[in-house]
Ligand binder design. Sequence first.
Ligand SMILES: [Zn+2]
Length: 489
Amino acid sequence: MRLFAATIATETNTFSPLPTSIEGYRESVFLRPGEHPDEAPLMCTAPLLVARRRAKAEGFTLIEGSCFAACPAGTTNRQDYEFMRDEILAQLKAALPVDGVLLGLHGAMVAHGYDDVEGDILERVRALAGPKAVIGVELDPHCHLTLKRVRLADVIVLYKEFPHTDVVERAEDVLDIVLKTLRGQARPAMSLYDCRQIGTYPTTLPLMRGFVDKIKAMEGKDGVLSISIGHCFPYADVPELGGRILVVMNGDKVKGDALARRIGEEFVSMRGKTMPNYLGVDEAITAAVAANETPVVMADPADNAGGGAPSDNTTILRRLIERQVTDAAVGPIWDPVAVRLCFDAGLGAELPLRFGGKIGPRSAAPIDATVKVTALARDCWQSFGPAKVALGDCAAVRVGGVEVALITKRNQALGLELFTNLGIDPRAKKLVVVKSTNHFMAAFGPIAKRVLYVESDGPLSRDFRKIPYTKVMRPIWPLDERTEPGLIL
Ligand SMILES: [Zn+2]
């Protein structure tokens, strides 16, 4: 039995002011066959790593392809996407014949000329591997679950958790179902329900937590191989954006359709009830300052690099400085130039520094302040579950009572190392401001005495009606009041 595995992934915010080229992939994940480290998966590479670990025991040969992944930003340029895609396709062609293909994709990648990158890849992989090959795909729930890709794959499984702490488990699920199918123990049939809605669904909040636990309990019984909840990725102008439910049933498509419809209708009934309460910037600062128990962790989802934002919006930081808040830490601010200036000034230096507020109008104005360089560290990283995420060279500067973590490799706040690398102990702070939508909860949730979500003026607006979509299929909630959810496959 021969399986081929590869990854090409990013989450494309088509409204982001940051273009994505091959350099973005080189900076994050750019591994040729055999180069993937053994320890832990990188962004979207879990299917390959899980297959490598299990190949011998399960009696199959794994042929490894390349793994390419970039931190979320704007649309990937066409020639770079085609270069990476064609490299993987050439590896697959050389590996033929194969019985199965495992793809670690994100599911919300857009390249110039390709609104549905994953559909394009699957079409070409299917053409090469043939109709009998079993194609298994792992996607992020912040994906566009297009009809094309569901028709072309045999099995698609999305992570269930947000924060995405179950990336490895779901890759195991994909491999399990692919192997069962190849051994004649399963005949996966996929049913897709389109909920016609845009939303945010952290699984750390009670309603979504209960929903995910409920579908997990259904799997592995009554022929249910897998159930996935497609949250959607709101910051992309692509036709098939929106929440969808995918059921993978063993054999019985009619039964799968009924289940997808039932779960889909429940997901529709949850509209407007799954998002946290977002406070205004000053309202949140006032609440944090008044808190008896600390640290308070304040999230700035509107400037989340994980959604393609620059992570250099200065609005919350500016208000902290103006209001003379003390014992606070803010991070990450992505500003490679400012980091360079701090290294040049040296540890302990005091200097007038301009930082943040550079990339676009939604970055707000840069901060101009006399700062003290309190820490400098080369080649930093932070943890996200088992994964290590690079932050590049980092600097900490103090402005009044606020310490700021400046980074060179753009990423959202995931692990405490973002601060501890720079000698800042987030547990000992009164207020910790993190740029992240909800992934920060994996590490910062356990240390926070209180979590506040803020709606700043960063680029990722929580009010989806304000996003200037032109291609998204209508009607869709909350842009439209009346919608027609239903089974589409
Ligand atoms: Zn995601």
